[in-house]
Design a protein around this ligand. Structure first.
Ligand SMILES: [Ca+2]
Length: 310
């Protein structure tokens, strides 16, 4: 989730071999995790739906957007219909850099199971950032709180059509993101797909970007799209990821393509499982200075849906 990642990488590399963006793929717990192939992923998803609540059962009542390409079937979604903390059968809280400070010079502390920072309410996941310093065992002195929810080890996928409906928080200093990281290698070798990034200092546009070994030291390969209502209305942020390319869409309109050049992992690590991340960073290289008068700010996600060809 960082176009300015290279700067932090140079900084971070001197300390510890982490991924920039939050990378956490740094191997983290995801290392070695292998997601099931599409077919079994589907069956496990549906089999679990009978026993778990909100997310799975909701898949039977999903009203599709009409923007899903032909041939795809829903294999997993979280509609955020349950009230309360996020469903931990789908999500875990990423806290790996709380004590050391997050990548890209970001200024937030990511809280765990703290409803102020992450909750589902009215069918929407709300990730809210505050200007506050809280007491926590892993606190690194940050002046802001927020949340970073990831599906690592729980819901991992290779290929498919991904549709996330969300509304941006806006406010100068906010940096919400919807993105994916590879599970089988650290950053950047595992790859990163930024399905959507937005920063409050440029409220009327969003960004779609990829990062991998071949883009290391750059801002990644991406595109931006004007979206005047990013902060006032929900929009569908989408990718179609195949073995040949990744197409980026907003509300069904394609605005960027990254193609597989057939030259191997450095350019195309996107043939292995990846997990999803939803977070709101505060400040940092891409978001810039923070306007402390904006808080609290909420990043709202209506649903996350994953479709695959079965
Ligand atoms: Ca919803």
């Amino acid at each position: 989730m960082s176009t300015f990642k290279w700067a932090t990488l140079l900084f971070a590399a001197a300390i510890v071999p982490v991924s920039a963006c939050g990378g956490g793929s740094s191997g983290g717990s995801g290392g070695g995790t292998v997601s099931p192939p599409p077919s079994s992923s589907s069956s496990s998803s549906s089999s679990s739906s009978s026993s778990s609540s909100a997310s799975s059962s909701s898949s039977t009542s999903v009203t599709h957007s009409g923007q899903v390409p032909a041939g795809y079937n829903l294999v997993w979604s979280d509609e955020f219909n349950a009230e309360g903390l996020p469903d931990e059968s789908n999500w875990l809280y990423d806290t790996e850099a709380n004590r050391t400070g997050w990548y890209n010079n970001e200024k937030q502390y990511y809280a765990v199971r703290r409803a102020e920072n992450s909750k589902t309410e009215g069918g929407v996941l709300k990730i809210t950032a505050f200007k506050e310093t809280i007491t926590a065992a892993d606190h690194g002195g940050q002046a802001y709180t927020s949340a970073r929810l990831i599906t690592r080890g729980k819901r991992e996928f290779t290929y498919g059509f991904y549709e996330i409906r969300a509304k941006m928080p806006c406010g100068v200093g906010t940096w919400p993101a919807i993105w994916m990281l590879g599970t089988t290698a650290g950053w950047p070798d595992g790859g990163e797909i930024d399905i959507m990034e937005h920063v409050g200092q440029t409220p009327n546009k969003v960004f779609g970007t990829i990062h991998n070994r071949s883009t290391f030291g750059t801002w990644g390969v991406g595109a931006e799209k004007a979206l005047p209502e990013a902060c006032s209305a929900f929009h569908n942020f989408q990718i179609e990821w195949t073995d040949a390319k990744i197409d980026f869409f907003i509300d069904g309109e394609k605005y960027h393509t990254y193609a597989n050049a057939g030259t191997g992992n450095a350019q195309w690590p996107f043939d292995k499982p990846m997990y999803l991340l939803l977070n709101m960073a505060i400040g940092g290289d891409m978001a810039g200075p923070v306007d402390d008068t904006i808080f609290p700010r909420t990043f709202e996600i209506d649903y996350v849906r994953v479709y695959q060809k079965l």
